[in-house]
Structures are given as C-alpha cells and as structure tokens.
Design a protein around this ligand. Structure first.
Ligand SMILES: C[S@@+](CC[C@H](N)C(=O)[O-])C[C@H]1O[C@@H](n2cnc3c(N)ncnc32)[C@H](O)[C@@H]1O
Length: 217
C-alpha cells in the first residue's frame, strides 16, 4: 500500500490538494506542524517545500503508526523529524506545536488537543460525497448516499473554515488504476465481481472531492 501510494501521489494527481493545504498552513502562520498519520510523507514534503520557497521558517514532524510508511517517508528526507507512533499516544510534550495536520487519517481529538498550544490549529482533509464516485459506480452495485463526514466532534474543536477541493483527474494506465485501488479502502469492500471490473480498466476519469477543514483549539 505504501508503494502504491508513493507511485500514485508521485504522479502529482493530488498536487492541488497539497497546494491547498500548504497555502492554508502558511496563511495561518504556523511555526511548527505535526502531520499525524503522514503516510509516506507526500503532503508534509510539499508543505516544507512551499515554506522554503516562501522563506517562511517551519518546523515539521511526521508521525505514522506504520513503520513501513515512516521508513519510506524518512528515506532521503533529512529536513523533517519522523516518528513511528500512534495518534492515540503522541510522543510530543503538551502544548508543543502550533498546528496538527490530519490527511485521510485517524484523528484522536484528546491527543491533538493536548499537543496543540492554546489557540493552535487542527487542519483535516477528508473525502467529500463525490470523491472517486466514478470508481464507486464501477465496483459497487448500489451506492448509498452517506452523511458528510465530520472528522471532529463539535465539542472538541471550533470549526473556523471549510474549503471544498474538487477537480477532475484521468488515470490512463491499468497500473495507475491498480495503485489507486490498493490505496483506498474500496479494494477490500468491493465484491469480487466489482474488483474484477475495476482491475480490467486501463482508462478512468475521476472526480477528486475533498474537504479541507480548519479548527481552532
Ligand atoms: C489513508 S492513509 C493517509 C496517509 C497520508 N496522510 C496521505 O494522505 O497520503 C492513513 C494513514 O494513517 C495511518 N494510521 C492508521 N492508524 C493510525 C494511528 N492510530 N495513528 C497514526 N497513524 C495511523 C496509516 O498507517 C496510514 O499511513
């Protein structure tokens, strides 16, 4: 899964998502950021590149429960601190970071609140209702409308902004379709017939639909 995500993200399909996250972090003037559930570090690297380009000082650390993901992230990337740990027990001091980023991750409100300094910000990115809808139409016989996913309980953080990130992409090889399938939960949820239909594709137009939310603690 780590390798599939590295290949897929390396093609730049989600570059507009990384750009939106980077712009928001820089706009909020966050001096230190923890990416909680950083995977192989794609978004954090883009963020640090963006801060360097703008000559804005930024201390950044990436944390993931998967040692394979963190090893992939740390390889060749000396600017950042990488941690193998769980969001349920973050190895950082209380009130020690200005921002926590959680992209398609597993947020733990109490721990995020503990490590954030008072007035700090939590930025989450999660799928919107139309995310990869064309893939879902291929692999599921029946798509049920789901309520919009809200990553944080209203009582724990104040939601201060929500940005819709919506754009089309086109996968033009079977390998790319396979990589996308491997990095989404759909591969495991689909029926064998649905998987077979997707596995046969070498061309797939998709909607990327995500929500970038900013919370204050
Ligand atoms: C869907 S991936 C997203 C990775 C990355 N943020 C991205 O968007 O490319 C979810 C990540 O959360 C990590 N993860 C799962 N449970 C976790 C936990 N309790 N604490 C920290 N990371 C966790 C997984 O290992 C995986 O890398």
């Amino acid at each position: 899964m780590v390798q599939a995500r590295q290949r897929y993200l390396g093609h730049g399909f989600y570059a507009p998502v990384a750009d939106a996250l980077t712009a928001r972090v820089l706009q909020l003037n966050l001096g230190s950021v923890l990416d909680a559930g950083c995977g192989e570090g794609y978004y954090l690297r883009q963020l640090v590149d963006g801060a360097e380009t703008e000559q804005i000082p930024l201390k950044a650390a990436g944390l993931d429960i998967s040692k394979w993901a963190v090893m992939a992230a740390a390889r060749g990337e000396q600017r950042l601190t990488w941690l193998v740990a769980s969001n349920a027990a973050i190895p950082l001091a209380d009130a020690s970071v200005d921002g926590v980023v959680c992209v398609f991750g597993f947020p733990v409100a109490g721990e995020f609140r503990r490590v954030l300094r008072p007035g700090g910000h939590l930025l989450t990115i999660d799928p919107g209702p139309d995310h990869l809808v064309e893939l879902k139409q291929i692999i599921y016989s029946d798509i049920k409308a789901k309520p919009v996913y809200q990553p944080m309980p209203e009582s724990s953080f104040e939601l201060i902004s929500e940005q819709v990130i919506n754009f089309p992409i086109g996968l033009r090889t079977n390998d790319l379709v396979q990589d996308l399938l491997i990095m989404t939960p759909h591969l495991y949820r689909a029926s064998s017939a649905g998987r077979a239909r997707a596995n046969a594709l070498d061309n797939l137009n998709l909607t990327v639909d995500m929500r970038l939310r900013t919370y204050r603690c």
